[in-house]
Design a binder for this molecule. Structure first.
Ligand code: IVH
Length: 671
């Protein structure tokens, strides 16, 4: 039966591709030693995507194409842990490490014990289940007995094999840690700051927040890492030593282990040496660690020592002292950020932490102040994580005298006195007044920045002076400045003043999406601005949009919708906006009317076109509703090929994507 035959062949090829891709994932993400070029890897993935698109019945959840399901979990289902996920007893002093060794030796009745020492990754413990060598479930630790099902999110972590190689046990439960690299954490926070979103306090919170995302495509964008160090269940496998577990066994199953950072120590002396060494290197590591974990190497000895109620007798977390210090809260005041966010900040008795003098610490928001019960006069532990602003970890309750004063963020903006807007959970309070002077400097800078109105010459210093000299009281004033006004600024001579005037004038012609970004509406970054621009086409319509209408836009959720409505319901904001339009700022919606004839069409442009630049052609296509992407994939409908298209052309050919020339493209636009 020829049909059967060919479908068997396809199945075989699919299997082979998946195996090859898993193999290369492991070498790329885990070993950091790619075995093939990126292009070759792309080719494998494309081929697989194509075959799966033609044979959807052959798609399996462990296929490398299925990392991001795009499905949104409503809740996290509970998962029972068997065996339970234990925690570790914590020790802090070198003397305690010697005691730990002594207790182990006595318990075992031996004179000397070898230990495996590993970094204690500061992330979130996870347990993974493989069935029939397929990744089937991931759960958080929870209370150790019951965790939460975070399968869809963990599946997006690139270094995690979705399928184990031949030779790995059919069924397996392994445990480890999900975490975020410090650099990725900083990038994420920078991005969130730009969009006026809440910042994560440290990489661990960011990793935890990302793993507990309801939408796994968000997790996928967050770049999580995973490292595994414990085999909880593996029928037929009886490792003898933890050292073999991390050095040989887990890697042979393509699971990433801490082998490269771990060591084998004999006795407590060597453990203490390792602890000291790692503590000294702590700031140079690409991820956060909060100590080391000491484990008896021999697993039969681990079993003999057994566990107490919640933690094993054969292991301990030898923690580093917190990168923090004790100080006192002298006062609490409220800072007004660019988006009008009111952030409570503690003024501290100056202390040294990690080489810097710390005088202020963020208290984040009212709900955090309540949770930690921070009061003016309290003695507090202050920490710095990575490069983040210092924050108050906890109050030293024992030192309370009763004189301490509780604090509540005022109901009105401390600078302009406008009634502040509180979120229901008390986590964010905002001053909704666009002209609030404290916000104004930052706002002007943001307004003029490249992502906004792109006015060259208005940076931080200029913005500050414009406010301090009373030249600008709201954003629209920028357009009323004449040459004499500009000349009043430091270091501005004739020529500069003229350039500034010209740059301001030029900025009036602005795409709607950039104008929306420039306004600094909380939670409206470039992406949301584009959605709004496409859907409504004019700022007037956006101003009038009701919450229900905004919610109907794909990609806009309740928080964003309500933030937009609140912003435009402030009469000050409306006034400034009207003035901006009056002075001649004319935002134009270049993608308006996205429901055009090319809706649901995905296209890629390559090569040189005669009539337009590629960017122009892309804008034209988008204006008719097309999705224009940069890379050819199984989802691409058309490749528009101009002269000299290279690799994209070949990729489109290999995937069977329809290739059209400029002429055909132009006809499509005219339909
Ligand atoms: S071993 C019985 N090894 O620390 C085995 N834990 O305080 C228990 N952790 O919940 C875990 N790095 O989330 C182990 N190299 C490491 C670790 C580690 C981080 C975390 C883990 C655990 C917590 C206990």
């Amino acid at each position: 039966m020829p049909e059967r035959d060919s479908s068997c062949k396809v199945k075989e090829e699919i299997e082979q591709l998946r195996e090859e891709i898993e193999y290369n994932n492991y070498h790329y993400y885990v070993q950091d030693s790619p075995q093939i070029s990126d292009a070759e890897y792309d080719r494998l993935l494309c081929r697989l995507e194509k075959l799966e698109a033609d044979h959807p019945e052959l798609i399996t959840p462990d296929s490398p194409t299925q990392r991001v399901s795009g499905e949104v979990d409503e809740t996290f289902e509970p998962v029972e842990h068997s065996p339970p996920m234990l925690s570790l007893r914590a020790i802090y002093q070198e003397a305690e490490a010697y005691e730990f060794d002594q207790v182990c030796r006595e318990g075992l009745g031996v004179g000397q014990v070898d230990y495996v020492v590993e970094p204690k990754f500061d992330g979130l413990a996870v347990s993974l289940l493989y069935e029939g060598r397929q990744f089937t479930r991931a759960a958080t630790r929870g209370d150790g007995y019951t965790g939460e099902d975070v399968t869809a999110n963990v599946r997006t972590i690139p270094s995690l094999p979705l399928r184990l190689p031949d030779g790995a046990p059919e069924d397996l439960v392994v445990r480890g840690e999900g975490y975020m690299l410090t650099d990725d954490f900083r990038r994420l926070n920078d991005e969130r700051e730009r969009c006026g979103e809440r910042l994560f306090a440290n990489p661990r919170n960011a990793a935890a927040g990302s793993l507990r995302q309801l939408d796994s495509s968000v997790t996928a964008a967050r770049k999580l890492q995973i490292i595994l160090y414990h085999i909880a269940h593996a029928p037929g496998v009886q490792p003898e030593r933890q050292w073999y577990v991390i050095r040989d066994i887990l890697p042979s199953w393509r699971l990433r282990s801490p082998a490269n950072w771990a060591e084998l120590c004999t006795g407590a002396g060597e453990v203490v040496q390792y602890h000291r060494r790692l503590m000294a290197q702590r700031d140079d590591l690409p991820y956060e660690i909060d100590g080391i974990v000491v484990k008896v190497d021999r697993l039969d000895w681990q079993r003999r020592l057994g566990t107490r109620t919640r933690d094993p007798r054969w292991a301990a977390a030898f923690k580093f002292p917190a990168r923090g210090a004790l100080s006192r809260v002298l006062d609490i005041d409220v800072q007004v950020g660019r988006t009008g966010k009111l952030t409570p900040v503690a003024w501290l008795e100056p202390v040294q932490i990690g080489g810097a003098t710390v005088r202020r610490a963020s208290l984040h928001n009212q709900s955090e102040i309540n949770r930690k019960d921070v009061r003016v006069g309290d003695r507090v532990l202050v920490e710095r994580a990575g490069d983040v602003i210092p924050y108050v970890v906890e109050v030293v309750q024992d030192e309370r005298t009763g004189e301490e004063r509780p604090f509540r963020i005022p109901d009105n903006c401390p600078v302009c006195n406008t009634t502040a807007v509180w979120s229901d959970d008390e986590k964010t309070v905002r001053c909704p007044n666009l002209s609030c002077p404290a916000q104004l400097k930052e706002r002007i800078r943001y307004f003029a920045s490249r992502a906004g109105m792109d006015i060259e010459g208005i940076g931080e210093r200029t913005a500050d002076q414009l406010v301090e000299r009373g030249l600008v009281e709201d954003l629209a004033d920028i357009y009323a400045l004449d040459k004499d006004d500009w000349l009043r600024l430091d270091k501005v001579a004739d020529r500069t003043a003229e350039n500034l005037l010209e740059a301001v004038e030029k900025s009036k012609d602005v795409p709607l999406r950039r104008f929306l970004v420039a306004l600094g509406i909380p939670l409206v970054g470039e992406h949301v601005a584009e959605l709004l621009s496409r859907r409504y086409g004019s700022v007037q319509k956006i101003m009038q949009a009701h919450e229900e209408s905004l919610l109907a836009v794909n990609g806009i959720g309740p928080e964003v919708a309500s933030s937009i409505v609140t912003f435009f319901s402030s009469s000050d904001n409306r006034r400034v906006l009207c003035r901006l339009l009056e002075v001649g700022v004319s935002p134009r919606a270049d993608f308006y009317g996205a429901e055009g004839p090319l809706e649901n069409v995905t296209m890629v442009l390559t090569g040189r076109l005669d009539r337009w630049t590629r960017e122009e052609a892309a804008e034209l296509a988008r204006a008719q509703g097309a999705r224009v992407t940069s890379g050819v994939s199984g989802n691409t409908d058309y490749l528009v090929a101009g002269a000299g298209g290279g690799s994209k052309l070949r990729k489109a050919e290999s995937l069977g994507v329809e290739i059209i020339d400029e002429e055909t493209f132009a006809e499509m636009l005219q339909q």
